[in-house]
Design a protein. Sequence first.
Length: 172
Amino acid sequence: MGQKILIVDDDIALRQYTAQLLIGCGYTVSQLGDADNLVNEARREEVDLILLDFHLPGVDGLMALRQLRSKLLTLPVIVMTADTNPQVILQCFRAGADDFIGKPFDEVYLSVIVERTLDRASLSLKNSVFRLLKYARHIDECEQSPAKECICGLEETIWEATQATRREKDIK
């Protein structure tokens, strides 16, 4: 079974067209006509990506995106809208959108954006797992050492990162 995409758009014809296009690309697709219960639906459906319309009745796309991010749902979101005003695009990215696509969109362009966004999310997940593995190794090796001291270098790396962050704040 392919990765699961949730399409949230009040335009039924466009939503169904987009769903058929993505199904043809090998994805599993579910659909919503509004974003009123998007957070619950995203959790229940266990989606890998959300295609979210900006202009929706009730809870609009921007508010829905903010709700997703406030619940610490980091799944990728691509915002779709016919309004390609730079301020709208900027609002979307500031609210946590992973990408943006203007309507009407080219079929090939949409499939490339979806694939690229899913690939980036997968890479980010892999990097997170590697960081956790490094921490697990730190716990295993360093906590078991006779002196209970860090011998793997993780504590030094964390200290250096903290110092670099402080320097960045001082520069600004």
